[in-house]
Design a protein around this ligand. Structure first.
Ligand code: SF4
Length: 454
């Protein structure tokens, strides 16, 4: 196979951590002289950074890989690389199913991708390398970002929670916090470079710091008990130039009062908390290994609302978990009606290979689960619309992020509570703060206009 520096095309599936990984991959390749292209047909190197959390996403990915076969036939020199969680979990099986894949690389092999590409150029066989350490992120900031004014910053990698339906701990490894000095220095450099919004990433950011002291290094041991997510938030909030701080994802069992207070007390920590509850049934929560009850979740929710009244809370809910009966589902529905989340991301349960729940008895027919799912979706959409309607006629500060994806000629701004507002305005406003009057509510976004006065 001939090897030359090529245009590369990268497509990301899944969560913000995957988006961050894609930014790292792009930076590593660009340093090696590759040029990024947004057009797959022009690329000599195609990378799919994959997600295996849900079966639907994985099936969609397989469709994408299948479509690449034609491109490979037209251009046998095309190099196809599959990375991310699906690569980490399926390994060689991906090459067995799609023999035209050149490289399968794991979540811990990103740093070596350009070496793997060089090796593939002189080898007649496809390469599968998934043995790297997923905890090792060498570089937090030194790459081009999609938006010059905002950045993702991982504060930890991996997860130790082992929710029974989730593949993440198996593909991303044990939880490991990144040292506070590394995070703070990185954000200071970003601020000096014009970034004013940071989103702190981790599978469970609330347990930041708990993994320090798990090994014998003196420096690591000294960090134990001296760090928490609340402390980290307070320190980042004090960095000059950082105007917006977001974080995700949270786990109810680790969301301490200190974290609530840090959100309340720092005006640049945004009043939006994504707090997955997954089920309103304690029986199902226990089977999911979530380590909280619906009452504990509810108490936490009200504590947040009491201390941060304008805070919006969004959530994730799984419908049709193995063993879930109608009475369990009704408890979920009841909690949704009671708590009135600003938005909920609802998922129909899909079994993932290698998880505990894969072996659970699952007698409820899929048609019944789909009926529940629709009921939940209709209920939550009506709530989201009603919550958004409370904002109409009012004026809010928004960060103008980009042109609208909904309608050409419109711009998209993001409110503190993470709601998107579409409005008319000149493109030059991108990257600036503006006051918007909300003119119309929709379930998932708002329409607005530039306000004369706040
Ligand atoms: S907290 Fe649970 S759902 Fe989230 S990544 Fe960890 S195991 Fe998966």
């Amino acid at each position: 196979m001939a090897f030359k520096k090529e245009n590369f095309y990268i497509e990301t599936f899944g969560c913000q951590m995957n988006e961050f990984d894609s930014e790292r991959i792009s930076a590593i390749l660009e340093k090696q002289g590759y040029l990024k292209t947004e057009n797959r047909e022009n690329a000599g190197l195609i990378i799919l950074n994959t997600c295996s959390v849900r079966l639907k996403a994985e099936n969609k990915l397989f469709g994408h890989i299948g479509n690449l076969k034609v491109l490979k036939e037209q251009n046998p020199g095309l190099v196809i690389c599959i990375g991310g969680c699906t690569a980490q979990s399926l390994k060689e099986k991906l090459i067995d199913t799609f023999p035209y894949i050149d490289i399968v690389f794991g979540t811990g092999n990103i740093e070596n991708l350009s070496d793997l590409i060089k090796t593939r150029a002189t080898s007649s066989k496809s390469i599968c390398k998934t043995s790297g350490n997923p905890e090792e992120i060498k570089e937090l900031i030194d790459f081009k970002r999609k938006f010059p004014f905002k950045a993702f910053i991982p504060v930890m990698t991996g997860c130790d929670n082992y929710c029974s339906y989730c593949i993440v701990p198996y593909v991303r490894g044990h939880e490991k916090s990144i040292k506070p000095a590394t995070i703070i220095d990185s954000i200071k450099k970003l601020a000096a470079d014009g970034v004013f919004e940071v989103t702190l990433l981790g599978q469970n950011v609330n347990s930041y710091g708990q993994s320090f002291g798990h090994n014998v290094e003196a420096e690591d041991a000294a960090l134990k008990n001296a760090n928490s997510f609340a402390k980290l938030l307070n320190e980042i909030a004090a960095i000059q130039g950082i105007k917006r701080i977001r974080f995700m994802t949270s786990h109810p069992k680790d969301f301490t009062e200190d974290i609530i207070n840090a959100v309340r007390d720092n005006s640049n920590v945004m009043g939006h908390i994504h707090l997955p509850f997954q089920s309103g049934s304690d029986k199902i929560l226990e089977m999911m290994n979530r380590k909280y009850t619906s009452k504990e979740y509810e108490d936490l929710f009200y504590k947040m609302k009491e201390r941060i009244p304008d805070c919006s809370v969004t959530t994730d809910i799984i419908v049709g978990f193995p063993g879930e009966q109608e009475e369990d589902f009704n408890k979920t529905l009841e909690l949704v009606r009671k708590l009135k989340f600003s938005r909920a991301f609802t998922f129909l349960y899909s079994s993932r290979k290698g998880t505990k729940a894969e072996a659970f008895y699952d007698p409820v027919p899929i048609v019944e689960k789909k009926k529940w799912f629709k009921q939940l979706l209709d209920t939550q959409n009506a709530i989201s619309l009603a919550e958004n309607e409370k904002m109409t006629g009012k004026v809010f500060e928004a960060l103008v992020e980009s042109e609208s994806t909904k309608k050409s000629g419109r711009l998209e701004g993001r409110l503190e509570n993470n709601t998107i507002v579409n409005f008319d305005g000149p493109k030059g406003l991108t990257g600036s703060f503006i006051n918007l009057e909300i003119t119309q509510a929709h379930p998932f976004y708002l329409s607005g206009k530039i306000a004369e006065h706040k």
